[in-house]
Design a protein around this ligand. Structure first.
Ligand code: ADP
Length: 497
């Protein structure tokens, strides 16, 4: 007894991990997920492949731990990815359209032109973008032959990956989703927890195909014998970034986590009130427990670990991402070199899609160590840009601030980068106790529901970082470097911005 199984259905892999009563990861299994690119800018996944992988990884972990030792199951998933399936058979009616897919950019542009931006932000907390599920679902209804007619006969279910898995796991008895996933569809009114009738009507989406929205913790059904060869209670579900915030025990207003993978996702707990952003951050649901919402601001950096990949693959300055740490230590601390990774434009708070990247401040003495260090340092500067914007929104809303950043993700392995992050922010940086924070968050929700884990106050008390970096740089140095960064950013901005 006392273990909790966490499923992490991510963009590139599907994993299951068993967590013990202390939240330590034990048995685990993983399968890679094929990325399908039917046309430029389109990204799809095969829902059947996802479902098969979930069954395989869960069966492997259950075999190792023993079904009798698992008290509950929690799910976390890639958000926004859109699935439609047959209500009677559970068979997918098309490949899943993945969050990265840009095919609905024209429809989004139409919505903006028709003046929907204010309504979307007011109701859903989001900015109109192909990223979210709404226009992907509209595209499917318009382009999959017979789908709209089938939906009109109430023979179709729509859902994000959590919803599809909950349906399959429960043998088709539950067509539900959780509030955090619902909040990423761009169809959900986060102020009152209802699907928005105006957006549904504009996009031609019949309300009957939508899942019922549930709390992140509680009774989400029972796994059918058929799926895992044993039954298990499903007691938690949350989108990946929200699950990571839970796994980082960001349970109090003001607490912030940043996940440094390919990109970086920053999520701030803003408490029981929705906080509107004047800095174009997304306003979303952090989690919903006992029907009460806790809200979040979310922002992202396009190029975090991806900058290191670029130094490796495009410039060949390093053979492995991990080499960047030793090289950065060799760099001249006063090189004056800045790398602005605006490869896809600049995000928050500059919002300049036309900007492009640059390496500035080069001198005859500059070398590859200086450039690699500048690449790592750019992640710290971008984090400061984002946190400044986010905290200004939070201060406007009267939310107290926590002066610590909790971090997880692949890049946190780099001690130099994390120290530099603490130095540039001027605040401590705490690295998650385990790398699998996202799956841990899902397990926390499920385990709390069945009494394996204590309440949030208990989680906050027992949560301990694996490492903590204190800022060591003196104030003048920090500010001079940050000013240098802002000047470098200025030099890459597009003329029209
Ligand atoms: P994702 O989930 O987006 O695939 P991960 O959390 O697995 O990302 O992190 C992988 C990213 O972290 C890659 O972009 C890689 O370049 C970067 N990375 C991994 N190890 C290091 C390191 N030691 N130093 C700097 N960057 C690293």
């Amino acid at each position: 007894m006392g273990h909790v199984l966490g499923i992490d259905q991510g963009t590139t892999s599907t994993r299951a991990i068993a967590f013990d009563p202390a939240g330590r990861p034990g048995a685990s299994a993983s399968r890679p997920l094929r990325q399908l690119f039917p046309e430029p800018g389109w990204v799809e996944h095969d829902p059947n492949e996802i479902w098969t992988a979930v069954c395989e990884v869960c069966r492997a972990v259950i075999d190792e731990v023993g079904a009798a030792n698992i008290a509950a199951l929690g799910i976390t998933n890639q958000r926004e990815t859109t699935v439609v399936w047959d209500r009677a058979t559970g068979d997918p009616l098309h490949n899943a359209i993945v969050w990265q897919d840009r095919r609905t950019a024209p429809l989004c542009a139409e919505l903006v032109k028709e003046g929907w931006s204010a309504h979307v932000t007011e109701v859903t907390g989001l900015l109109i973008d192909p990223y979210f599920s709404a226009t992907k679902l509209a595209w499917l209804l318009t382009n999959v032959p017979g789908l709209r007619e089938k939906a009109a006969r109430n023979e179709v279910c729509f859902g994000t990956i959590d919803s599809f898995l909950l349906y399959k796991l429960t043998g088709g008895t539950q067509h539900i989703t959780d509030a955090t996933n619902a909040a990423r569809t761009m169809l959900f009114d986060i102020r009152n927890g209802r699907w928005d009738p105006k957006l549904l009507e504009r996009l031609g989406i019949p309300p009957a195909i939508l899942p019922e929205v549930r709390d992140n913790r509680g009774d989400l059904g029972q796994v059918s014998e058929e799926a895992f060869g044993t039954t298990l209670p499903i007691r938690g579900a949350a989108g990946d970034q929200q699950a990571a915030a839970k796994g980082q025990a960001c349970v109090l207003p003001g607490m912030i986590k940043a996940t440094y993978g390919t990109g970086c996702f920053v999520v701030a707990n803003t408490g029981n009130r929705e906080t509107k952003s004047i800095n174009r951050m997304l306003s979303t649901i952090l989690w919903q427990l006992d029907s009460a919402g806790t809200y979040a601001l979310e922002g992202s950096i396009f190029m975090a670990g991806a900058t290191i990949q670029w130094l490796r693959d495009n410039l060949g300055l390093i053979a492995e991402a991990s080499e960047s740490e030793d090289l950065a230590r060799e760099a001249n601390p006063q090189s004056g070199v800045y790398l602005v990774p605006a490869f896809q434009g600049l995000g928050a708070p500059f919002w300049d899609a036309g900007a492009r990247g640059a390496i500035v401040g080069l001198s005859r003495a500059s070398n590859k160590a200086d450039i690699v260090a500048a690449g790592l340092e750019s992640v710290a500067f971008q984090t400061r840009d984002l946190l400044t914007a986010m905290r200004s929104d939070m201060a406007d809303a009267g939310i107290g601030r926590s002066d610590i950043l909790r971090v997880d993700g692949g890049m946190t392995a780099n001690g130099w980068a994390m120290q530099r992050l603490a130095d540039i922010l001027g605040e401590p940086v705490e690295v998650a106790p385990i790398p699998e924070t996202t799956a841990l968050g899902a397990a926390y929700f499920a385990g709390q529901a069945v009494g394996v884990y204590g309440d949030d106050a208990a989680l906050a008390r027992t949560w301990e970082p694996s490492r903590r970096y204190e800022p060591k740089m003196d104030e003048a140095d920090r500010e001079a470097r940050y000013t240098g960064w802002l000047e470098a950013v200025d030099r890459v901005r597009s003329k029209q911005a």
